[in-house]
Design a protein around this ligand. Sequence first.
Ligand code: GLN
Length: 523
Amino acid sequence: MTTDLTRTTAADLADLLAQGSVSAREVTQAHLDRTAAVDGAVHSYLHVDAEGALAQADDVDRRRAAGESLHAMAGVPIAVKDVMTTRGLPTTCGSKILQGWVPPYDATLVTRLREAGMPILGKTNMDEFAMGSSTEHSAYGPSHNPWDLERIPGGSGGGSSSVVASFQAPLAIGTDTGGSIRQPAAVTGTVGTKPTYGGVSRYGLVALASSLDQAGPCTRTVLDAALLHEVIGGHDPLDSTSIDAPVPPVVEAARRADVAGMKIGIIRELTGDGFQAGVQARFDEAVQHLVDAGAEVVEVSCPSFSYALAAYYLILPSEASSNLAKFDAMRYGLRVAPDGIDAPSAEQVMAATRDAGFGDEVKRRIILGTYALSSGYYDAYYGSAQKVRRLIADDFAAAFETADVLVSPTAPTTAFKLGDKLDDPMAMYLNDIATIPANLAGIPGMSVPSGVATEDGLPAGFQILAPAMQDQRLYAVGAALEVRLTAAWGGPLLDRAPDLLGNVRQDGRLGSQGAGRNAGTEA
Ligand code: GLN
């Protein structure tokens, strides 16, 4: 077991803490030190709460010393996406409109982390209101990919993917509305899990699209994801869409890593054309590993998936335009007085505030959603999109008749360069072509690293999808793949990422070349 606490998995940290070989303060301080050293370059965090995290750690150490029986994860620190409310800690959703807002309450998920004794290190960067695939839509500047600081760490949860990929936190929370946990995981060589819709409480998750949003784990291993899933999952009376059933047996599935006899369905529409050669090659090899582990492979067809992106970009903006109407300058954050008006009306203040407080992508989607919901267009746009949503759920249901899980590459390409797609919304939207169907159907999905693409040396992701409330199947397949791939690589994939410390200038800014990748790393 490695002695560098920041390179230790959450599962191993939990063991070390329980044995008393290390204190929660030491573990927390090690991660805060790492952040001080590298986050000037990576920019995973919008807000670091060193004092609060150390106080929580000390509390755990005190209780352990007093002989209290603690949660198995007590003392394992975590970073939380800035879209979850945290009492006493700023929550901006990556937007200027919430700058300075400090919520008076915790999201249920945050309450569960606190009750488990998991110190909260800080709040991670994200595209504004979780709209985007690169974190470039954050009002506070983008996060960077630890594999190559000139590239995107995915989005919207690029802060949560990069924070675990750069060893600043063993665990993070993300949210996935159309892929914002899975796509960032794919491009950073980490594990991202979107539980079944309703499997983790949305209370205190600042809503983007309420029928699609789902919070979940961002981790470096499948077992760590399962351990975190168990802490945050389960019924919550404060969320009317929360499923009233026990958390699926995810930890057991992750530990057993058994796929013998399982039927794996390759989604024909989500492979081949349109996927980068190296991403597709790693996917094909991963499938072969699962066959070697005793799984059976079948091909399935989901013809309605070709309409998924179009349906998503009507349903999401429609719900977002309604959810974001509450940012009216009266109740939260920013208030801007319009120029040159002596006694402005409430409407004029709202207009000036929204103009200054929302970025371009948020405005684009509010306008689109308002249009799609307007009388006369409702049936043509929103109504049609809902019908497509049903067809997609039907495609999944049919596919799950022949396969236990479905698989595809998580994202069509590896991480692209910052700036490359910023002015082309359609190109940005296409990143989520493989992840969006799961959100429309409410089913769980996971991305695990499949290796690095030969042509650019950057990580690729393997997506696993399961029927609703069968989340444990993701963990069985993800863990089986992880065991075999880690053996083939001779260690975790992230061991091949550059050592950021050698590439960070004294002032914490990027070196002139960024952190160059290790050329010649092949999976
Ligand atoms: N990238 C997708 C979007 O921009 C997904 C966002 C998300 O999952 N929050 O909508």
